[in-house]
Design a protein around this ligand. Structure first.
Ligand code: GDP
Ligand code: GDP
Length: 433
């Protein structure tokens, strides 16, 4: 199973990190300012490095105030820690600076691969100074101009070469669970509760510092689960002030490698946009989720009603997800998590017979006639389930239904209701016959 690698763009202020970031994610609305430290639009974005490989870029410049001479603070170091490759950006126009050496020293201590990006390569000064930067001791060096789009192809090539190929070995037939959520919601507290009680079979040893470490748990009844990236959860628990966008990106990496997301939210803060973004990611990736509402011990009446109001939105995003109220602090409700996970996985792995499905669709079509598509009636011939996890159904029809069609949504929702698959992302594939 693959995992999208992450690349952090690091360097002292004003070297052109933000310009480079925008260039690499292919957005032209690059907000670049002569005033350093002006707030950026976003700090993470997808970047395609070649036909096959894509990765997630982090602009760490968005994480430092402009007067920080090194551009390294706790948040940046955390982003570096979570990354698989580092782009150290330097300013060729102003030449090698003491701050570059210090940033470089810091980055090398992580042992991660580094590409040295000499920016502002459109200037004569950069062309002349570029070789001075070899004294930093980084072999892979590329001269670019982020602003003028020079050398970016070579940079993409270097990134494609150096980014690791993740093929994480999987434990066969054991469901994989990701404990995810915004910083500070109580993920590591919950993890300790869960792991404290059960037998830990294996905690893989990392091959390298950036390998995710998973833990295999065995419950009393013999069921086994893999908890994905437990080392990361514990580590992040100590630096809990990461910006939300970074937290969502990290959650995505964990969710990609799992079957089910245990999305932890903080009851005392209500449902936030970050909670919705993380839940939406699990949904979009076609994974099951269980929502765990933590810190229940902190609720008073006002907070409780805020929470229930916010819940409506989460309930919509995940089409009726399972929910458990807990306190990782007192242990309340924690026992209910694995039984709920088990039931949710059962529904996620459901396999339905063709006759049942066809009966359900006949009913749905009778209740609401399909609209004409391009002036022709839409006729459904036959439905069958082609895949589980997420449940995927193939509909043979005389023509396509547009993805955004209201009628498609009606069919998906009706099918979910009839099959009792609330909270499960289900997919409809329509084949023209
Ligand atoms: P950051 O603080 O490292 O993110 O730097 P910015 O991306 O905000 O850029 C700082 C300044 O360098 C801005 O004035 C940019 O216009 C300028 N700059 C960025 N890339 C280039 C380049 O390739 N050539 C030149 N000449 N200037 C650039
Ligand atoms: P993480 O960043 O999501 O891993 O969160 P932590 O597990 O590090 O918890 C963040 C803070 O919330 C810590 O101070 C915990 O002691 C506290 N916390 C965690 N669970 C609970 C809970 O159920 N009730 C209360 N009152 N505090 C909690």
């Amino acid at each position: 199973m693959g995992m999208t690698p992450t690349v952090a763009i690091v360097g002292r202020p004003n070297v052109g990190k933000s310009t480079l970031f925008n260039r690499l994610i292919g957005e032209r609305r690059a907000i670049v300012h002569d005033l350093p430290g002006v707030t950026r639009d976003r700090i993470t974005g997808p970047c395609q490095v070649d036909d096959e490989k894509s990765l997630i870029l982090i602009d760490t410049g968005g994480l430092v105030p402009g007067d920080d001479p090194l551009g390294l603070n706790k948040q940046v170091l955390q982003a570096v820690e979570e990354s698989d490759l580092l782009l150290l950006v330097v300013d060729g126009k102003s030449g090698l600076a003491v701050a570059d050496e210090r940033v470089c020293h810091e980055l090398r201590s992580t042992g991660k691969p580094i590409v040295l990006v000499v920016n502002k390569g459109d200037t004569t000064a950069a062309k002349e100074s570029q070789y001075d930067f070899y004294s930093l001791g980084i072999d892979r060096q590329v001269l670019v101009s982020a602003e003028h789009n020079l050398g970016l192809g070579e940079l993409r090539g270097a990134m494609a070469d150096l980014v690791p190929d993740f093929e994480v070995p999987e434990v066969p037939d054991v469901p994989r669970l990701a404990i995810v959520g915004r910083p500070n919601v109580g993920k590591s507290s919950l993890l300790n509760r869960l792991v404290g009680k059960e037998r830990v079979l294996v905690s893989d040893q990392p091959g390298t510092t950036r390998d995710p470490i998973d833990t295999v748990l065995e419950l009393e009844d013999g069921r086994r689960y893999v908890l994905v990236d437990t080392a990361g959860i514990r580590r992040r628990g100590r630096t809990a002030d990461a910006p939300e966008e970074l937290a969502v990106m990290m959650a995505r990496r964990q969710i990609e490698r799992s079957d089910l997301a245990i999305v932890v939210v903080d009851a005392s803060q209500g449902i936030t946009s970050g909670d919705l973004a993380i839940s939406g990611t699990a949904w979009e990736l076609g994974k099951a989720s269980v929502i765990v509402i933590n810190k229940w011990d902190l609720l008073d009446e006002d907070k409780r009603s805020d929470l229930e109001e916010g819940w409506q939105r989460l309930d919509e995003v995940l089409a009726g997800p399972p929910r458990i109220n807990i306190s990782a602090l007192t242990g309340r409700g924690v026992d209910k998590i694995f039984p709920e996970v088990e039931q949710t996985l059962e529904r996620f792995n459901t396999q339905r017979g063709t006759s049942e499905l066809n009966r359900i669709f006949e009913g749905l079509l009778r209740r609401h006639r399909p609209p004409a598509i391009e002036g022709q009636p839409w006729n459904l011939m036959y439905v069958t389930q082609v895949k589980t996890a997420p449940p995927t159904f193939m509909l043979f029809a005389n023509r396509q239904l547009p993805h955004r069609a209201t009628y498609r949504r009606y069919l998906v929702n009706g099918l979910r209701r009839e099959l009792g698959l609330e909270g499960i992302p289900i997919r409809l594939v329509i084949r023209k016959r």
